[in-house]
Design a protein. Structure first.
Lengths: 235, 398, 397
């Protein structure tokens, strides 16, 4: 394709407030993640990391800048795509610190929910869910309730959910924070595997030292600006 | 897989149960539910009608014993509850001066006797003198005829004889008068004695004293009662029957009497009289029912419940009277045929004490027809009904 | 698309059902209160219908015989019977009093009637009609009397020979029917002590106790203890006759008051029941407000418990509409369960109330619509809270 897939940000800025009390949370941020790539986003609190994540997640709009997602323009200097919600549903996958599965839906329906919301039939949605669950090696828990799963299994189900609508980008917010190093590395391994398998760009926001060596590329953010750095890339 | 399915199944089951309960509630109770009724067949049978009335035990004959003139009561010899015989002295009034007047009349009568004796003697005397004068006059007439004496002497002797005749007549009439006087005085003495006797109050019949109304020393006027008596063998029950429900009342009908004082015992009796004058204010007829055997210890004015048994009506078409309904002013029953109700007017005849009522021929009801007896509500022609065996449980155990 | 509301309910069905039960009992109480009011109105209508009368003739200037006491001579009916348009006219007496039964008292309205005339109960549910002229009674089943039992009314014992149903006074007291003469005696004859005192008083009066007139004192005593009054005359108008015309004639010529059925209904329902109706109306309003508040609170709490899930759903792209719909469906489902439970509860415990509770289908339908409306309104609070949730809160700071 001529347009780059994955996610591309140019000159993204976010200003809160106006006049003397204005705060520039993001200043001319540039970022680019290709499909299949897993990059890290590291920064201390107050650095604008969360604001950037919210812009990437199409939750808030930037004040200036461009963002392209899967070849489609999302923001372009004041203009934004009309329905952010649909964007979040179809083009962005979310993995949270905690699995945040819907407790009153079983595992399959938790994953199938997103395709159903996107308008696919129940049967098709469940079939895709089962496929993902199999890929993540939790298919044997497909009919269980989330409360019956172990933490690691729940995390894997949440990753499956993030992938359900085949989004071009997945945003992972501190996915390994509560885990020990073995499990953390296991999660990163899965993420890398999924990224490759489904050609998804994955941005992992983290300050977990244990997994930093797994990234090939790392963006550091400080005072609203990002700096790219090459990582050890141990995958 | 299983828990969710079980859970889902359980929920659906609970939901279905809830809906079923709801549907049951909607159709079984409330205005939509069918009206429960019981039915029975019209049959032929015997109706034993009765008439019921409340009666009072009364004595057929009651007597007020009192003086015929005002006076003071001297002695009362009996008290309430005593049995007295005919002629027994019950009380006496104070004679006041009657004794003296009786003595005076007696003395006068005695004097009359004496006067008669005197007059008789005088009459005898006059008679003897008249006899003498008459014989002398006859002798002198004879002598005069023979001219032995002068005519004037004869006339004188004749005149003497006439005078003696007259004196005899006078003496005889005086005697008669003395006798009449005696009779008068004797009668007066009798009257005085009668009046004296009136002060003795005696019982006219064998009776029982029911009331002692004046004590010795009280003053009573003529006609006021000192004692009240009742002929205890003549007790009967005066029964009052509703005019509207006394058809068929006749003398001679058997009756059952239950005294209030002994409610368990039924005493047999018979209707002996029906009063020709009824009570128009209370709309009742009055009849008297005599005991077949007079019970002991019965007091008058005691209440009794009397049931007069009318002759049974056999082979009558019977319905229980609970089946009788009225539509407007028309009485009838609800006929239940082919699953539908129809109001059939009927005329009722005799009604028995057990509630069975005769249907008079002429109504369109026949033996074997089913009629509605009990219902939860008033029925209309289009009411939805449901026939059940009974609407309430069995009655209280006696 | 699966039903989020349905899944949520299925998942925590115990909590939901229990909440529905609680709400249902509240709704049941509300429906029962409405039923109590309808029952009171029905009592009045049943009283009017069961008497079988088209006209009530009572003492002039009274609202009797039910709303006010009325006393007329018992021979007045003869004159009324002779008026044109009158098919039947009969005396009745009404007296609310305690009827003794064994060791207990039952409050009942004792009705004196003439058999075959208006005033007699129209139908029985057991036993038979009164046959004897005294000391038999037909009682309403609500008195608790059974066939064959003996009850005491004033001085006499009556045998219960028949039972009826729904024969009640306007106040809801069950009726006991006895022959008219016995009822007159019960109403007007005093107790033994009073009679003895009265006799002594008469005997002490020299104008009445004349020795020269034997029997005078007895006659006066008898007249003082006899009674010839009744409370009303019930009239059935001949077919084709006009009750208003007959009533008008009675009022004009007989110096009595006559009420038609419509007027009697107005007296009973507008005057007698008015205060109770207001009371019940206020109570119903309060119950409705309380129910609404409770439903609102329950739904709000349930929603707040799902705030995190709602934020996640919004973040991953669920429409606001879908989330609002979930909350609304849950509220309506709760309302539905509550209504069904309430209707069943009201039907089951309705007959246990001492007075008649009438649950009309129309009332149930209205109740259902109100419950649904209340649920919708109550859910708006929770929906507002849910819509205000910022999806970004799912992304930790």
């Amino acid at each position: 394709m001529a347009q780059p897939e994955g996610i591309l940000i140019e000159g993204l800025s976010k200003r809160y407030g106006a006049g003397d009390t204005a705060v520039d949370a993001l200043k001319e941020v540039n970022m680019q993640v290709a499909p299949g790539e897993v990059v890290g986003l590291i920064g201390p609190s107050g650095s604008g990391k969360t604001t950037l994540l919210k812009c990437l997640g199409a939750v808030i709009e930037p004040t200036r800048g461009r963002m392209t997602l899967g070849g489609e323009a999302i923001y372009d200097d004041g203009w934004k795509i009309s329905d952010l919600r649909v964007l979040r549903r179809d083009r962005i996958g979310f993995v949270f610190q905690a699995p945040y599965l819907i407790p009153f839906l079983d595992v399959t329906d938790n994953v199938a929910l997103l395709p159903m919301l996107a308008g696919r039939s129940n049967a098709e949605s469940r079939a895709r869910a089962l496929e993902l669950l199999t890929a993540l090696d939790v298919a044997h828990r497909a009919q269980a309730q989330p409360s019956e799963l172990s933490g690691g299994e729940q995390q894997r189900v949440s990753i499956a959910r993030a992938l359900a609508n085949r989004p071009p980008v997945i945003l992972a917010d501190e996915p390994t924070a509560p885990l020990d190093s073995e499990r953390a590395l296991a999660v990163m391994s899965i993420l890398n595997q999924m990224a490759r398998q489904y050609q998804t760009a994955i941005i992992v926001v983290t300050h977990d030292e244990k997994i930093i060596p797994t990234f090939k590329r790392i963006y550091h953010i400080r005072d609203g600006r990002t700096v790219e750095e090459a990582g050890e890339g141990r995958g | 897989m299983k828990p969710t399915l079980i859970r889902r199944a359980g929920f659906i089951l609970a939901g279905a149960a809830l809906l079923a309960a709801f549907a049951w509630v909607a159709t079984r109770s409330g205005p939509f539910a069918p009206i429960k009724v019981t039915v029975t067949r019209v049959a032929k049978g015997t109706v034993a009608p009765t008439l019921f009335g409340i009666g009072t035990v009364e004595a057929r004959r009651a007597y007020l014993i009192g003086p015929t003139a005002a006076g003071r009561v001297a002695r009362v010899l009996v008290d309430v509850g005593d049995a007295v015989k005919t002629g027994q002295l019950l009380a006496t009034m104070d004679p006041v001066d009657l004794d003296q007047r009786l003595a005076s009349a007696a003395a006068a009568a005695e004097r009359g006797h004496s006067a008669v004796a005197t007059a008789r003697a005088q009459a005898a005397d006059a008679k003897s003198r008249q006899a003498l004068a008459a014989s002398e006059a006859a002798r002198y007439v004879d002598l005069g005829k023979k001219h032995f004496v002068s005519q004037s002497v004869v006339d004188a002797k004749l005149q003497q004889a006439q005078s003696a005749d007259a004196q005899l007549a006078a003496a005889e009439s005086a005697l008669a008068s003395a006798r009449q006087d005696l009779a008068r005085l004797t009668a007066e003495r009798g009257a005085a004695r009668q009046q004296r006797d009136n002060l003795r109050l005696q019982s006219p019949v064998d009776a029982v004293v029911t009331s002692r109304d004046a004590e010795p020393g009280s003053t009573v006027i003529a006609g006021q009662s000192v004692l009240k008596l009742e002929d205890s063998a003549s007790l009967w029950v005066t029964v009052r029957l509703d005019q509207g429900r006394s058809a068929g009342l006749r003398v001679g009908l058997p009756a059952d009497i239950v005294l209030r004082s002994s409610p368990g015992k039924t005493l047999p009796g018979r209707v002996v009289r029906i009063e020709p004058v009824s009570d128009s204010v209370t709309e009742e007829r009055i009849a008297e029912v005599a005991f077949d055997k007079l019970p002991r210890g019965v007091s008058t004015n005691e209440m009794a419940d009397v049931t007069v048994r009318l002759p049974s009506v056999a082979a009558a078409l019977i319905v229980p009277n609970a089946a009788l309904r009225s539509r407007g002013a028309q009485a009838g029953v609800w006929l239940y045929a082919d699953g539908r109700l129809r109001f059939t007017p009927v005329k009722t005849g005799a009604a028995g004490a057990d509630g069975k009522t005769q249907i008079v021929a002429g109504s369109s009801l026949k033996a074997g027809d089913e009629v509605v007896v009990y219902s939860e509500r008033d029925l209309q022609e289009d009411s939805r009904i449901k026939v059940v065996a009974a609407l309430v449980g069995p009655p209280a155990a006696p | 698309m699966i039903s989020l509301a349905g899944r949520d309910i299925l998942h925590s069905w115990g909590k939901f059902v229990l909440t529905g039960l609680g709400l249902g009992l509240l709704i049941g109480v509300t429906l029962t209160m409405a039923g109590v009011y309808r029952g009171m109105v029905d009592d009045a209508e049943v009283l009017i219908d069961n008497s079988g009368a088209d006209l009530w003739v009572v003492q002039k200037d009274t609202l009797g015989p039910y709303a006010e006491s009325s006393s007329i001579p018992d021979d007045v009916y003869r004159g009324i019977l002779g008026m044109p348009g009158v098919a039947q006219a009969a005396n009745v007496t009404y007296l609310t009093m305690q009827v003794r039964h064994g060791n207990t008292d039952v409050r009942a309205m004792v009705v004196g009637f003439e058999p075959g005339e208006p005033g007699e109960p129209g139908y029985l549910i057991a036993g038979r009609r009164i046959v004897r002229s005294h000391y038999e009674a037909v009682a309403d089943a609500a008195t608790g009397f059974r066939l064959g039992e003996k009850i005491r009314i004033r001085r006499h014992a009556f045998t219960v020979v028949g039972l009826t149903r729904r024969m009640v006074s306007s106040g809801g007291d069950p009726m006991v029917f006895i022959p008219l003469k016995d009822a007159q005696e019960a109403q007007f004859l005093k107790d033994n002590d009073a009679i003895v005192n009265n006799r002594a008083r008469t005997a002490a009066n020299p104008a009445l106790n004349r020795p020269g007139v034997p029997g005078l004192l007895d006659a006066i005593d008898a007249s003082q203890t006899s009674n010839h009054n009744v409370n009303a005359v019930l009239v059935r108008v001949a077919d084709g006759g006009s009750p208003d015309a007959v009533a008008q004639a009675i009022r004009r010529w007989k110096h009595l008051q006559a009420y038609t059925r419509a007027q009697m209904e107005n007296i009973l329902i507008a005057k007698l029941i008015a205060t109770a109706a207001k009371q019940i109306g206020m109570f119903l309003a309060i119950l409705a407000v309380v129910s609404a508040a409770i439903v609102a609170f329950i739904i709000y709490t349930m929603t707040l418990g799902k705030i995190r899930e709602i934020a996640v759903l919004k973040l991953i792209g669920t429409h606001n509409r879908t989330i609002a719909g979930m909350i609304l469906q849950q509220a309506l489902g709760l309302g539905l369960i509550g209504f069904v439970v309430g209707k069943i509860a009201a039907t089951i415990w309705g007959p246990a109330f001492p007075k008649y509770v009438l649950l009309l289908p129309g009332d149930a339908l209205r109740g259902f619509l109100i419950v649904m409306a209340v649920c919708v309104l109550a859910s708006t609070l929770a929906i507002r809270a849910a819509l205000k949730v910022d999806p970004a809160t799912a992304i930790g700071g």
